[in-house]
Design a protein around this ligand. Structure first.
Ligand code: GDP
Ligand code: PGA
Ligand code: MN
Ligand code: MN
Length: 612
């Protein structure tokens, strides 16, 4: 045991929760910060932290007339995305992490990381962030407490999660919480000058599913450091969901109202940087249809007493991909950030104190790029990192649905699975039934993007868009999905389940162009989806599901050639037969954990393709 250290702020009046106090003391003794600060989530705290970050060179304040109370941040060029290779599921047994996760035994990981954590906050402040994923008014609020030595993380957490004094008060002395430990891993020696974005070259993003703990080290990037998001709400959340009979999913949630005033709720699971935030905030191009936003990245779904599946967004902010976002593609995101109170990371800075990124119309004559260098339209590299992000309060979204704060959530009518595929996958297809929909989700494939470190544009299977986020064995996860199809306590009614669809906004023509215009025009696909629910839309039955005939999609006023439309909707049996061996290989990876019904679905697909 190390000797007790005198750390300012360790004795606090903020809480009397014994478990929380002893954990904070234990971590402070290990990491030896100069002081401990209990975050209250107030405006004064935000001002103090952002002033301090401006002083340190981490943030630059934007001009009030463009983006009030907003800041430009640049990370270390090596710390720009989630690090899947450094992400671990540390279950007691390796077999419980499954073939899609990195694994290390919990005691071994804790030993390794304890040595990294020892003294790692020297010269810095440890912030204690009490937070709650989902509304505080929930029957069982989902509490977490993050400890971090990064003021940027505190500021970002204030946008992304409900946090501060109110949460701490609601925790009382007995609430269970997920302890979420984070350090950038960059201690400061006395007199040593700090850098603008301190971080370690050694990174670990570790999860202990049995004890519901998170230990993160070495990175300040959002997905690795805002531990309420991917780490709690998806990786630990998926384990809780398995144990308790609900689903934690990488999904947007939207409310769609038809011209007749009928309301539908739709969730959509697309891999990172494949269109969730855009669809969640979509501005329909077809008259009389309305979309309202409920969530853009994560959905927690449970059965209600009526046997329907209800979805809640556990988050409080939007963490969106910046490049490509503009008034022409996602006007509601632009309106949300225009209200200010936002952080922009790894985008470019204009000379008059605003932000700019690729896709925002004509570039200005001069910018400061995401690496802090002069940039002109003649520069060789883009001004913004492809995974640069805006971080902005969801309450500023002009089309936010009231129900976003309702702990009961909204009843889901349809689930979309989607990926980024240049070929093979049609614009939209409806699954034959729940199990076929689970098959579509389990075999979802997508080209990799800049949201994770690694090669971009490689096709990989990304089941339910959850490959990097399933906190346990993916074969068990598929079984859990199959079981959910049996309804609450296995006694459900298939009619009450959401219907499942598979979409692909990213199919390309031979010349490399996107065949489908996407963005607001995706409302035409949503219209077909709800007309299928009503039983009024035409579809042709194909080996891979029900696909709209070109006439069944509302293309009034749409600028698309007949050839492109037909190509976007095409199901080519040759292309699909070529897909079968890789699906077979994919399923074999799960051994006897793969539910038999999914093998049966594959056999049925093979048979349908053979007859086609
Ligand atoms: P998320 O990470 O899943 O939330 O994805 P985003 O909505 O942030 O979009 C990621 C990237 O895909 C951005 O550059 C968007 O401009 C682009 N994108 C989103 N929706 C569409 C679409 O319907 N069609 C095309 N071609 N691109 C899209
Ligand atoms: P995204 O969220 O899905 O909006 O890209 C961040 C991530 O998944 O890394
Ligand atoms: Mn995501
Ligand atoms: Mn997003």
């Amino acid at each position: 045991m190390s000797a007790p250290v005198a750390i300012q702020g360790l004795d606090t009046t903020a809480t009397t929760h014994p478990g929380l106090l002893s954990w904070v003391a234990e971590m402070a003794t290990l990491t030896t910060p100069d002081r401990v600060v209990w975050c209250d989530g107030s405006d004064a705290e935000w001002r103090r932290l952002t002033d301090q970050l401006v002083e340190a060179g981490t943030l630059v304040r934007l001009d009030e007339k463009h983006k009030p109370n907003s800041f430009w941040a640049r990370t270390d060029p090596s710390d720009v995305a989630r690090v899947e290779e450094r992400t671990f599921i540390c279950s007691e047994r390796e077999s419980d992490a499954g073939p899609t996760n990195n694994w290390m035994a919990p005691h071994e990981m804790k030993q390794t990381m304890t040595e990294l954590y020892r003294g790692c906050m020297r010269g810095r402040t440890m912030y204690v962030i009490p937070f709650c994923m989902g509304p505080l008014t929930a029957e069982k609020p989902m509490f977490g407490v993050e400890l971090t030595d990064s003021a940027y993380v505190v500021a970002s957490m204030r946008i992304m999660a409900r946090m501060g004094s109110e949460v701490l008060a609601a925790m009382g002395d007995t609430a269970e919480f997920v302890p979420a430990m984070h350090s950038i891993g960059a201690p400061l020696e006395p007199g040593e000058a700090d850098v603008a974005w301190p971080c370690s070259q050694t990174k670990y993003i570790s999860h202990f599913p049995e004890t519901r703990e998170i230990w993160s080290y070495g990175s300040g990037y959002g997905g690795n450091s805002l531990l309420g998001k991917k780490c709690f709400s998806l990786r630990i959340g998926s384990v809780m969901g398995r144990d308790e009979g609900w689903l934690a999913e990488h999904m947007l949630i939207l409310r769609l109202t038809s011209p007749a005033g009928k309301v539908y709720h739709i969730t959509g699971a697309f891999p990172s940087a494949c269109g969730k935030t855009n669809l969640a905030m979509l501005e329909p191009t077809i008259p009389g249809w309305k979309v309202e936003t409920l969530g853009d990245d994560i959905a927690w779904m449970r059965f209600g007493e009526d046997g329907r599946l209800y979805a809640v967004n556990p988050e409080y902010g939007l963490f969106g991909v910046a490049p490509g976002t503009d008034y022409t593609t996602n006007p509601n995101a632009m309106r949300t950030i225009a209200k200010g109170n936002s952080l922009f990371t790894n985008v470019a800075l204009t000379d008059d104190g605003d932000i700019w990124w690729e896709g925002m119309g004509e570039p200005p004559a001069h910018l400061t790029d995401w690496k802090g260098r002069d940039w002109t339209p003649d520069s060789d590299e883009p001004s913004s990192h492809p995974n640069s992000r805006f971080c902005t309060p969801i309450t500023q979204c002009p089309i936010l649905a009231d129900a976003y704060d309702d702990p009961r959530g909204v009843p889901i009518d349809a689930i979309l699975f989607g990926g980024r595929r240049a070929g093979t996958i049609p614009l939209v297809s409806q699954s034959r039934d729940w199990n076929h929909g689970v098959f579509q989700g389990a075999t979802l494939s997508s080209e990799t993007t800049a949201a994770a470190v690694g090669k971009v544009g490689v096709v990989r299977r990304d089941p339910m868009a959850m490959l990097p986020f399933i906190g346990y064995h993916a074969g068990d996860y598929f079984s859990h999905w199959i079981d959910m199809g049996k309804g609450p306590a296995g006694g459900g009614d298939a009619d009450r389940l959401p219907k499942i669809f598979y979409v692909n906004w990213f199919r390309r023509g031979e010349d490399g162009r996107f065949l489908w215009p996407g963005f607001g025009e995706n409302s035409r696909v949503l219209k077909w989806v709800v007309e299928r629910l009503e039983g009024t839309a035409e579809a042709r039955e194909t080996p891979v599901g029900f696909v709209p005939t070109p006439e069944a999609l509302d293309t009034d006023g749409l600028d698309i050639s007949r050839d492109d439309l037909v190509a976007a909707l095409a199901v080519d049996p040759e292309e699909w037969r070529a897909e079968l061996p890789s699906i077979n290989e994919w399923f074999e990876r799960f051994g006897d954990k793969l539910p038999g019904v999914l093998w049966a679905e594959l056999d049925a697909l093979k048979a349908r393709l053979a007859n086609d």
